[in-house]
Design a protein around this ligand. Structure first.
Ligand SMILES: Cc1cc2nc3c(=O)[nH]c(=O)nc-3n(C[C@H](O)[C@H](O)[C@H](O)COP(=O)(O)O)c2cc1C
Length: 268
C-alpha cells in the first residue's frame, strides 16, 4: 500500500472478530511502538494490555481482547508528542492489517490507568483496542460513524492557507506538498472536529489549533492538541513518502490569526 492509500484506508475499527493478536503481530507492533519517537523528544511507555486480565472495557468496542495504551510525564507539548507517536503506531498497525480506534473518553479510564501503573505526574491520554476487524461492523458502530460524520472531512479551503489566514490555499500552488496536506485533511480527530489549520509560507508549514469548546480540562490538558500531534504526524509521513527530510520547530511566526486559533508548530 502506498502512503496515501494507507491513510485513506485507515478508519476507526470498533468491531473485532474476537481473535487475540498473533505473537508475531504483537511483537512487531510493540517493538515499533517502543522505538517510535516524536520530534518533541518526550519518552512514552507503551503496554499491550489484556482486556480480561485487567477488566478493561469500552462501550463502543466489540470483540477486542487486547488494548494498547501509552503514558508519559506531564510536560509542555505532551499532547502533541503523544498524538504524533500514537498515530505512527496506528499507521503501522494498519500496515499489519490490525484495527485500531483512538479512545480518549469512552472507556473505563480508571481500570486502564491502574493497568498502566499511572503515576501522579503522568498522563495516559488515549488507548486503542487492537485486533482483527470483523467482517461486518456492529449496528452501534455504523450508527456512531453516521452520527459523527466519520467518513467526511472539511474542504481543503477551510483548513489550508497560503501566506496568511486571509488567503485560502490554491492546491495548484502547493506543488508536491499537496499530497502531504491531503494526508493531514484525512487525519482522525476527537469527534472528527479537525481542529488543525495550516498556513504555507516561504516553504514552511505553520500548524495552528482552532479550538472548539470543551476540550481543555481543569488541569489545562487539551485533547485537541493530541489531534494536532496526529495532523503533524500525517504531514511528516507525507513528506517522508516524497523522500524529503523535515524538521519541526516551535517558533511562532506572529501571523494574524482568526478567533480561538493558536499557533502550535512549524514543519520545514
Ligand atoms: C484524540 C482522539 C480521541 C478520540 N476519542 C474517541 C472516543 O473516546 N471514543 C470513540 O469511539 N472514538 C474516539 N475517537 C475516534 C474519532 O471519533 C474518529 O477518529 C473520527 O470520528 C474519524 O473517524 P475515522 O477515525 O474512522 O476516520 C477519537 C479520536 C481521536 C483522534
Amino acid at each position: 500500500m502506498n502512503g496515501m492509500t494507507l491513510i485513506r484506508h485507515r478508519r476507526s475499527v470498533r468491531t473485532f472478530d474476537g481473535r487475540a493478536l498473533t505473537p508475531s503481530d504483537a511483537e512487531r507492533l510493540m517493538q515499533y511502538a517502543g522505538s517510535a519517537q516524536s520530534p518533541y523528544g518526550l519518552p512514552i511507555e507503551w503496554r499491550l494490555l489484556d482486556a480480561k486480565a485487567h477488566g478493561l472495557s469500552s462501550p463502543v468496542i466489540v470483540g477486542a481482547e487486547q488494548y494498547i495504551a501509552g503514558k508519559l510525564r506531564r510536560a509542555p507539548h505532551a499532547e502533541e508528542a503523544f498524538g504524533f507517536v500514537f498515530e505512527r503506531v496506528v499507521l503501522y498497525a494498519e500496515q499489519l492489517g490490525l484495527g485500531t480506534t483512538c479512545i480518549a473518553g469512552t472507556m473505563n479510564r480508571a481500570a486502564f490507568e491502574r493497568a498502566m501503573d499511572l503515576g501522579p505526574d503522568e498522563v495516559m491520554p488515549c488507548v486503542s483496542p487492537l485486533g482483527y476487524p470483523a467482517a461486518k461492523p456492529s449496528l452501534r458502530e455504523s450508527m456512531m460513524r453516521r452520527g459523527i460524520g466519520a467518513d467526511a472531512r472539511m474542504d481543503a479551503s477551510q483548513l489550508f492557507f497560503a501566506g496568511g489566514f486571509d488567503s485560502p490555499l490554491d492546491p495548484a500552488r502547493a506543488g508536491d506538498l499537496a499530497g502531504a496536506l491531503e494526508m493531514v485533511r484525512w487525519a482522525p480527530s476527537a469527534v472528527n472536529k479537525q481542529p488543525w489549520r495550516v498556513v504555507l509560507r516561504e516553504g514552511a508549514a505553520h500548524f495552528y489549533e482552532k479550538h472548539a469548546r470543551g476540550y481543555v480540562d481543569a488541569s489545562g490538558w487539551d485533547l485537541q492538541k493530541v489531534d494536532l500531534g496526529i495532523a503533524l504526524c500525517h504531514y511528516a509521513y507525507g513528506l517522508e513518502q516524497l523522500g524529503r527530510a523535515w524538521t519541526l520547530t516551535v517558533a511562532d511566526p506572529g501571523l494574524a490569526t482568526p478567533p480561538d486559533t493558536d499557533y502550535i508548530a512549524t514543519v520545514r
